[in-house]
Structures are given as C-alpha cells and as structure tokens.
Design a protein around this ligand. Structure first.
Ligand SMILES: Nc1ncnc2c1ncn2[C@@H]1O[C@H](COP(=O)(O)OP(=O)(O)OP(=O)(O)O)[C@@H](O)[C@H]1O
Length: 248
C-alpha cells in the first residue's frame, strides 16, 4: 500500500531524514518509534503529500504521492480542530469540502460523534470539551472520510495517562471496523506494541530504519502479556535505553 524507496529529506544544510526504504501492506497498522527530532513527523508529512522529499520515491496504492489527498489523512497531537466550529461542524468539514451536501455531512458527523462516544456534545465548541474529547473528535473527523491511509502523529501525546489508555482501546475498535492502513508515530513503546502489527524502530536524525519488529499477538492485547514485555525490552535496547539493573 505505502512504498518508500530511498526517501530522504533535507532542509538547507540539515539532513532530517533517510534514506528510508519501507513497505506497508494494506489494512495493516505500523508504529514508528525513534528518538526526538529524528525525522518521524517529517516522514508522515512526506507521505501525506504536504511537502515533497529531497530524493527518493513515495507511492500509495501504486500511485506516486504528488500532493495532499483525502485518501491520506494526517492527525496531529492536538489543536487540530477549528476552534470556531462546533464538534459536529468540525467532523462534517472534510465531507463538505469533498462536495457532500451540508445536511448529509452533518448527519454523518453525528453518527461518527456517536461512534467516538461524543453523542450529546455535537453543539459544543472544542474549548468546551476535554483534551481526550477533542482527540476523539479529531479521529472522527479523519475517519469520516474513510481514508485509505491514516497517518497519526502522536495523537494521544498531550493526554493524561488514563485517557491515553482508554483512547488506545477505542482506536483498536475503530481501526478494526474500517481497517485503513495506519502509520502511527509515537514516543511510547508500550502504545506502539498495544496497537501495531509491526514496530519500525528509527535511528537518531537523520532517521534510518534500525529494525522492523513484528507484533504477532491478536487484538485486543493484554497490556501485561509477557511477549509484549520482551518486545519492549528489545525495542528499548535498540533505542539505547538500559532495561536491566546493572550489577553492583
Ligand atoms: N520545515 C522544516 N524546516 C527546517 N527544519 C525542519 C523542518 N521540519 C523539520 N525540521 C527539522 O528536521 C528534524 C526532524 O524533525 P521532525 O519534527 O520530523 O522530528 P521528530 O522525530 O518528529 O521529532 P519529535 O519526536 O521531537 O516530534 C529536526 O531537526 C527539525 O528541526
């Protein structure tokens, strides 16, 4: 579905990314983890078509990425909603831009708000609801377009730990109902292992792929599963994080 061939990105003298070669099957969930500033967000922006790579080739479904598309939606960490629109209007927005009549778009938006447990908050503005509720609405706004590819850039990064766990569970349910191809950027290795079919571990900037770690466990996953703990140690070791207690 998503193919990256020797993709690099440079800003002036700064080599931000790559070369990265990565292939993602349709309907799979891939997580990207790597040190801060290694180029993860840059990679998602390139796949979203928000900027062209300095070199290399990106295709989605066999077609070169030449610009943004409603088939490839990027969801950011926070504040992605328009503050001047109600949740319902925010969720309907993309459909209206794609030419869906307002009434039909609002009807679908209400259905999606219900799916993300926001029924009753249709007429609230983003500042009137919690951060977790805003991120639910942001997910609904992306999923309503039924994108082939969903690019999630630390979508729960600004949330408290409990809300984050809850939204991870909800994301599994939402993803399983439509199965868009997902690329998730996260700093949280446990989040990556709870959600993804495969965790791609990146080096410090300019990001290169250090390892692709499959997560061969059915969903929903038990967070305490011993296999997940083993994979977490493996990934943290690749990232240079000490996980064993040093001998005295
Ligand atoms: N538009 C830009 N112009 C110049 N430099 C940029 C631009 N976008 C990103 N960079 C630089 O590219 C590097 C990679 O940035 P990026 O945001 O992709 O990293 P990241 O891995 O997502 O970081 P974090 O995990 O901290 O969010 C950084 O050094 C950043 O300063």
């Amino acid at each position: 579905m998503i193919q990256l061939e020797r993709v690099t990105q440079t800003y002036g003298n700064l080599h931000a990314l790559g070369p990265i070669t990565l292939s993602t099957e349709a309907e799979t969930f891939t997580a990207l983890v790597g040190p801060s500033g290694c180029g993860k967000s840059t990679l998602l922006r390139l796949i979203a078509g928000l900027e062209p790579p300095s070199s290399g080739r990106i295709t989605v479904g066999g077609l070169p990425v030449t610009g943004p598309s409603p088939q490839r939606i990027l969801v950011f960490q926070e504040e992605a909603l328009f503050p001047w629109l109600t949740l319902e209007r925010n969720v309907a927005f993309g459909l209206e831009v794609c030419g869906v009549p307002k009434r039909a778009a609002l009807e679908q938006a209400r259905t999606w708000l219900d799916r993300v447990h926001l029924a009753g908050f249709e007429h609230y503005y983003p500042h009137q609801v919690s951060g977790g509720m805003r991120q639910r609405a942001a997910l609904a706004r992306a999923l309503i377009l039924n994108p082939q590819v969903l690019l999630l850039d630390e979508p729960f990064g600004a949330l408290d730990a409990l809300t984050r766990l809850k939204l991870q569970e909800e994301l599994v349910t939402l993803w399983e109902s439509r199965r868009p191809t997902v690329l998730l950027v996260t700093h949280d290795v446990e989040e990556a292992l709870f959600l993804a079919d495969r965790v791609v571990v990146l080096s410090p900037r300019p990001a290169r792929i250090l390892a692709e770690v499959p997560v061969p466990l059915p969903r929903p996953r038990a967070r305490g599963a011993p296999r997940l703990a083993e994979l977490k140690r493996e990934i943290l070791a690749l990232l240079g994080v000490q996980t064993e207690v040093p001998h005295a």
